[in-house]
Design a protein around this ligand. Structure first.
Ligand code: CO8
Length: 258
């Protein structure tokens, strides 16, 4: 397995655990982190033995944003011609499931990275925010769009305009995170959840991710049509036959990923 300077990557059975590892900068995201995360996700997606990923940070910070020191001196021409940070689209192109396990600060690009994952499990210490306005800018990794879709206009607008942080309880109430977990149990719970997902029929997992994501890209009728076609298509898989036979025979499914 490849090794990285800003990430720790390990495989626990069928689960890939990726830990952001720039403690000196509270896991701030720079071009190197971006390149390494894309490489790690591409490797995970291509590895037939891996079926769910967990992305996490440290106890203090999931990620405190894009690296302000890397960006500070850049001109418009450099940002625009280099299409700064456009590479994140390759992260969101990952087809297999990714869980964000967030403890501590998830600010700016850190909050946006968590929202690029399929769902967020938050420690009770998690703090989410889009404080870019305090730096004279705004979200740039999808925050204005994904946060608004996740928690609605009123709260997203307030978060972006004031830069205030939102704690884990509020984030759960608002629908940004799926569950809040005591900090000491966060990683175990995230790995357990990932193992549950990794235990599902792999093609069904890909299809479920695509279906839910389609809700953000289509109108209702088109989204339902897409869902139905994917549902139909899964009847071409051996795992659908196996899954339904296993139910009737009252035993667990034995998946082949075919
Ligand atoms: N970038 C670079 N370095 C950082 C960052 C960051 N975002 N956040 C923290 N660090 C560094 C600090 O500079 C410090 O380094 P040093 O010891 O060398 O001074 C070290 O991490 C520890 O940080 P603090 O001493 O500040 O720790 P505190 O516990 O006092 O405070 C905070 C923690 C509250 C999280 C504080 O560090 C903070 O406010 N950080 C910045 C948060 C922020 O503004 N994030 C938004 C950044 S902009 C962004 O994310 C834009 C995304 C879109 C880009 C897309 C481009 C197209």
């Amino acid at each position: 397995m490849a090794t990285y300077e800003t990430l720790l990557v390990e495989q626990r059975d069928a689960v890939t655990l990726i830990t952001l590892n720039r403690p000196q900068a509270l896991n701030a995201l720079n071009n190197q982190v971006l390149g390494e995360l894309v490489a790690a996700m591409t490797a995970y997606d291509a590895d037939d033995s891996q079926h769910c990923a967990v992305l996490t940070g440290s106890e203090k910070a999931f990620a405190a944003g894009a690296d302000i020191k890397e960006m500070a001196g850049q001109s418009f021409a450099e940002m625009f011609s280099g299409n700064y940070f456009a590479g994140w689209e390759r992260f969101t192109a990952t087809r297999k499931p990714i869980i964000a396990a967030v403890a501590g600060f998830a600010l700016g690009g850190g909050c946006e990275l968590a929202m690029m994952c399929d769902f967020i499990l938050a420690a009770d210490t998690a703090k989410f925010g889009q404080p870019e306005i305090k730096l004279g800018v705004g979200p740039g990794m999808g925050g204005s769009q994904r946060l608004t879709r996740a928690i609605g206009k009123a709260k997203a607008m307030e978060m972006c305009l004031t830069g205030r942080m939102m704690g884990a309880e509020e984030a759960e109430r608002a629908g940004l995170v799926s569950r809040v977990i005591p900090a000491a149990e966060l990683l175990d719970e995230a790995l357990k959840t990932a193992a549950t997902i990794a235990g599902m029929a792999p093609l069904a997992a890909l299809a479920n991710k695509e279906m839910v994501n389609a809700a953000f890209e289509t109108g209702l009728a088109q989204g339902i049509q897409f869902e139905r076609r994917l549902f139909h298509a899964l009847f071409g898989t051996a795992d659908q036959k196996e899954g339904m036979a296993a139910f009737v025979e009252k035993r667990p499914g034995n998946w082949t990923g075919k």
